[in-house]
Write a protein that binds this ligand. Structure first.
Ligand code: EPU
Length: 416
């Protein structure tokens, strides 16, 4: 499993590129199975979740190559079957196989997915959407089974704006007969990027990025070449780390417009942020100022930036209130940070963080991907050495995060 040793005291300084979006990657890989010829996905991040998903596709008969950020997925050998349960349970996004396999074969049998332990993660909206399209579902022996005699377009009102349900319905409806409307769809850039890829494959999906997506079903899809957008969460984490260390960092391969909420919040803490067309330079303050943060669906302050942001606030001047509205149990990193001297009180979904002027190194454990990265980040400013365990979570969503920090001058070492 391994851990990361961080010796604190370095200001991050220099330039690094940001990898491709994890959310798009994990939807684009199963989406390729909808085509009748090879799909080339560029700017694909090298994450353990991506590698596992490629293995799941291979197990289903597809031919997949992945190197240098480019995957070629040839769906010719794709056959009905049960995706390897042990692999499916390793990640959340494996539930997209439900929409894809229903669309292609009229049947799916997929183990219930895994993913971060951040509170209850229901999939009722996925099921509701696919059933509205004409599927019948049941949960048996830890698997979700779905069948249909032909999916048909309809109007689906999502009760909550869900990333996963929006994508699963987009994948399921693309080959359905007639028109599907997804109302209260999740309005985010990564949904637009997935729609762009599907449309390059011959789909007719309109309105992605707004709350209403209209899908005109087509009878078949072909291969395409698609470069996925940069990862907002990695960019946000690196920007927050630069602020925390009082650093001077330039990130390349980003879309600043997609980072509006975190840029605004970091400016409130005192960071100077200079966005350019596809890069951003951030100069951290001597000591950040406390701010209040409430997580919201995009374009609000995104939940995946909360762990790094609340980590930053443990060292801010003053008291901050952080409210997590999306996931019930996403403050576990703060309990670990208390071992490093952070002063935190958690009441329900709100954390009261009284900034301290110094954290001290300790042995801590990250229990989800953002938590693990945040604890590594805390180690950068802690006195002495911090050992962060639970690095396998970080590797699910960050491409060689420790190597990027090293490029920026951090003293981090990975132990196996
Ligand atoms: N929800 C339901 N029913 C559903 C689906 C979701 O009630 O059927 C609720 C959830 O409980 C949650 C809210 O709706 O309160 C939003 O959940 P969503 O479906 O959007 O989450 P997800 O698709 O499971 C993705 C990301 C998460 C990210 C959320 C933000 C992937 C693989 N995961 O999860 O990423 O936090 O969207 O909404 O795309 C991470 O990268 O650290 C991470 C956890």
């Amino acid at each position: 499993m391994g851990s990361i040793l961080v010796r604190g005291g370095t200001r991050l300084k220099g330039e690094v590129p940001v990898n491709g979006s994890k959310y798009v990657a994990l939807a684009a890989i199963p989406a390729a199975l909808l085509a009748d010829s090879p799909v080339v996905i560029e700017n694909l991040p090298d994450l353990s979740d991506v590698r596992v998903f490629c293995d799941i596709l291979r197990g289903l008969g597809a031919t997949v190559s992945f190197a240098g950020g480019v995957a070629t997925i040839d769906p010719h050998g794709f056959r009905p079957g049960v995706p390897a349960p042990a692999l499916v349970r390793k990640l959340r996004a494996s539930y997209y196989l439900l929409g894809v396999m229903l669309a292609r074969f009229g049947a799916a049998d997929v183990a219930l997915p895994g993913g971060d332990d951040i509170g209850p993660r229901p999939i009722d909206q996925h099921v509701k959407g696919l059933c509205a399209l004409g599927a019948t579902t049941s949960i048996e022996h830890g698997h979700i089974k779905a069948t249909s005699t032909g999916l048909k377009g309809t109007t689906i009102y999502l009760d909550v704006a869900s990333v996963g349900a929006t994508i699963n319905i987009m994948l399921g409806a693309v080959l359905a007969e007639g028109q599907t409307l997804i109302v209260n769809a999740y309005p985010a850039p990564w949904i637009i990027d997935l729609a762009n890829m599907l449309n390059a494959m011959g789909a007719k999906e309109y309105g992605a990025g707004t709350e209403t997506i209209r899908i005109q079903g087509v009878t078949k899809l072909h291969g395409c070449q698609h470069a996925i957008i940069p990862d907002q969460s990695e960019a946000a984490t690196l920007m927050i780390a630069a602020t925390l260390t009082g650093g001077d960092v330039t990130l390349h391969n980003i879309i600043p417009l997609h980072l509006g909420a975190v840029i605004a919040k970091l400016r409130e803490t005192g960071a100077v942020i200079l966005p350019a067309e596809d890069s951003v330079r951030l100069i951290g303050p001597r000591r950040p100022t406390a701010v209040n943060v409430k997580t919201l669906p995009y374009p609000g302050f995104f939940t995946d930036f909360q762990a790094p942001m609340s980590t930053l606030l443990t060292m801010a001047e003053g008291t901050s209130l952080v409210t997590e509205t999306i996931w019930e149990d996403r403050f576990k990193h703060l309990e670990e940070l208390a071992k490093m001297g952070a002063k935190v009180r958690i009441e329900g979904r709100t954390a009261f963080i009284e900034g301290v002027s110094q954290l001290t190194g300790a042995q801590v454990r990250g229990t989800d991907l953002r938590a693990s990265a945040s604890l590594v980040m805390a180690g950068l400013v802690a006195a002495g050495t911090t050992e962060v365990e639970g690095i396998e979570h970080m590797d699910r969503g960050y491409e060689r995060f420790d190597a990027k920090l090293q490029l920026l001058g951090a003293d981090v070492t990975r132990t196996e």
